[in-house]
Design a protein around this ligand. Structure first.
Ligand code: TMP
Length: 211
């Protein structure tokens, strides 16, 4: 095993309300890090390419109905089924830029009224991100961006609740960026944060979430 000689990859997560610009910024960050010759991959949750992911996708597009608790656990299981692959990649030096993670998991379910501690419980033990970039946008502004699509959660009132729940989850790994700034300014800020994190994590072991 030569992984001890390779500095580990960094787990970078982008979070925020629907239509805050996360997906665009994830793509830009991956290209930037690739351009610097760093091993990096773009990931996203939900990962709709697994059996569990397909169940989630069918729920999100209103083709199936599930109890709030059941869908919550599926989102969580969708992260657990990827956990060991994630760990292998990180240990082998690949940085992962992930579009949504456990913070979405907890915020979107708690926004429905589920107890936040109950929502956090199945996430405990997943790999903790080294950096969480929260793209901060007013729900009204997000709604006005090209309008919401047809997926289940893309409704203003619900997104207001989600925003409130996100606020409760802030921890030391969080950096908040104003999503109303020009795209390239957001991009530059995220690049700076990512490089900083890659530098400072080289000797820091991976840690686990919420234990
Ligand atoms: P996406 O648009 O980024 O693919 O995410 C789909 C929706 O799923 C989005 O509204 C956020 C929501 N979501 C959860 O409710 N729980 C989760 O754990 C994740 C990752 C996303």
């Amino acid at each position: 095993n030569n992984s001890e000689h390779v500095s580990r990859g960094v787990l970078i997560v982008l979070e925020g309300l629907d239509r805050c610009g996360k997906t665009t910024q994830c793509g830009k960050l991956v290209s930037f890090l690739e351009g610097r010759g760093l091993p990096v991959e773009a990931w996203r949750f939900p990962d709709r390419n697994t059996d569990i992911g397909r169940m989630i996708s069918s729920y999100l597009t209103n083709r199936s109905q599930l109890d709030d608790q059941a869908i919550h656990l599926l989102f969580s299981a969708n992260r657990w089924e990827k956990r060991s692959l994630m760990e292998n990649k990180l240990r082998n030096g690949t940085t992962l830029v992930v579009d949504r993670y456990s913070y979405s998991g907890v915020s979107f379910s708690a926004a429905k009224g589920l107890d936040i501690e109950w929502c956090k419980a199945p996430e405990k033990g997943l790999i903790a991100p080294d950096l969480v970039v929260y793209l901060d946008i007013m729900p009204e502004e997000a709604a006005s961006r090209g309008g919401y699509g047809s997926e289940r959660y893309e409704q203003l009132e619900f997104q207001r609740n989600v925003a409130h729940c996100y606020q409760i989850l802030h921890d030391a790994a969080w950096k908040v960026i104003d999503a109303r700034l020009p795209l390239d300014s957001i991009e530059n800020q995220i690049q700076g944060l990512a490089l900083e994190s890659i530098k400072s994590c080289q000797k820091k072991p991976l840690s686990t979430l919420w234990l």
